[in-house]
Design a protein around this ligand. Structure first.
Ligand code: NAD
Ligand code: WQD
Length: 341
């Protein structure tokens, strides 16, 4: 299939481009580079030996999208483009709502005009309500989000659902990612966050590399076996492969479909620290700090629907996630080669 990939220079998008190309699909990427570097696509090309057309475009820019759609005949789009920092979304809600909602609506309008009515969306486990029991199934309650970022994912899901309900030609895949970590095993591609990382794994790798003094473990008094928060970490290559499987499913099933992309296993912050120490062979300095506001004790997926219907399941384990994250960080101390951020 010929796939339009928004946000394709970013962390998950670039890894997904590799898997799509390796599965025989072709991709065209558009990204405004607000949180990424086009160098990631050069690495995709190097790894796959295939060309990746790139457009520096904002997905909210209808004219720019029309110019791209004039040049290609797409079968579907994967919509990764979006702002994703939870804390920033609390400080800049309008920027988040404007960016994430407007890009989704503009993209769907342009796609609809062209009769390209197949879309996969980067949703998130953050759409689930906090009062659910674990594991989370696709039927678990959604809403009650604790930050504007989460609401943008919730609202984009609704926008897509309503569009598909009104026009039966649409196929919409709402893919709810759990906690993506890791990097391509080649060490050529990985996560390249700007500024001080909010997420656990990039903070761990930067601490191991000496860019940060120590890791703050946010709370050790949760009702979990070691008191630290438990999450469902999934290797980004497994996640990328989930998109290839979901794309195949979409081609055969119209309507709206929701899938969890997680492993089904929860690990604590200290599990992650110890697994990382094992993978790197050196101690990781950490301190116990107060809980981070908005955090919950335990989140993990029931991925059985994805396994049954998509024929996909995560195959890489915690050791793979830690080894590949460190391989990327240690070979690319400044990410994709920009100045120290
Ligand atoms: P990322 O920031 O690396 O990638 C997102 C890309 O979108 C970036 O390259 C950014 O430059 C681009 N972008 C943002 N707004 C844009 C716009 N208006 N026009 C064009 N490009 C724009 O993040 P990621 O981790 O690869 O996440 C990809 C998607 O998956 C996002 O939608 C994110 O919300 C979602 N998601 C991420 C996680 C996670 O923990 N990484 C978890 C669940 C869902
Ligand atoms: C994981 C665990 C922290 C940093 C976030 C978003 C979610 C989704 C994925 C996009 C928690 C602990 C973290 C640190 C720590 N993104 N931690 N020290 O919070 O599960 O999810 O990213 O959709 O929407 O909310 O991921 O990596 O931030 O935290 O102790 O420096 O690590 O408290 O228990 P989270 P995370």
């Amino acid at each position: 299939m010929n796939v339009f990939v928004t946000g394709g220079t970013g962390y998950i998008g670039s890894h997904t481009c590799v898997e799509l190309l390796e599965a025989g699909h072709s991709v065209v990427v558009a990204d405004n580079l607000v949180n990424s570097s086009p160098e990631s696509l050069r690495r995709v090309e190097k790894l796959t030996g295939k060309a990746v057309p790139f457009y520096n475009a904002d997905i909210r820019d209808r004219d720019a999208l029309n110019r791209i759609f004039d040049q290609y005949s797409f079968d579907c789009a994967i919509h990764f483009a979006g702002l994703k920092a939870v804390g920033e979304s609390v400080e800049q809600p309008l920027r988040y709502y404007r960016n994430n909602l407007d890009s989704t609506m503009t993209l769907m309008e342009v796609m609809g005009d062209r009769g390209v009515k197949n879309i996969l969306f980067s949703s998130s486990a953050t759409v689930y309500s906090q009062d659910n029991t674990m594991p989370l199934t696709e039927e678990s309650r959604t809403g009650g989000c604790t930050n504007p970022y989460g609401w943008t994912k919730f609202m984009c899901e609704e926008i897509m659902r309503s569009t598909a309900k009104a026009d039966g030609e649409w196929s919409v895949m709402l893919l709810r990612y759990f906690n993506p970590v890791g990097a391509h095993p080649s060490g050529l591609m990985g996560e390249d966050p700007r500024g001080i990382p909010n997420n656990l794994m990039p903070f761990i790798t930067q601490t191991a590399a000496g860019r940060r003094d120590h890791l703050n473990v946010f709370g050790n008094d949760y009702p979990t076996p070691d008191g630290t928060g438990v999450r469902d970490y999934i290797h980004v290559v497994d996640l990328a492969k989930g998109h290839v499987a979901a794309m195949q499913y979409m081609a055969e099933h119209r309507g709206t479909h929701v899938f969890n992309l997680g492993t089904g296993t929860g690990y604590s912050v200290l599990d992650m620290v110890h697994a990382f120490e094992k993978a790197t062979g050196k101690p990781l300095p950490y301190k116990i700090a107060p809980r981070r506001p908005g955090d919950v004790a335990v989140v993990y997926a029931d991925p059985s629907k994805s396994e049954k219907l998509l024929g996909w399941k995560a195959e890489l384990d915690l050791e793979d996630m830690c080894r590949d994250s460190w391989n990327w960080q240690s070979h690319n101390p400044n990410g994709y080669g920009e100045e120290e951020k």
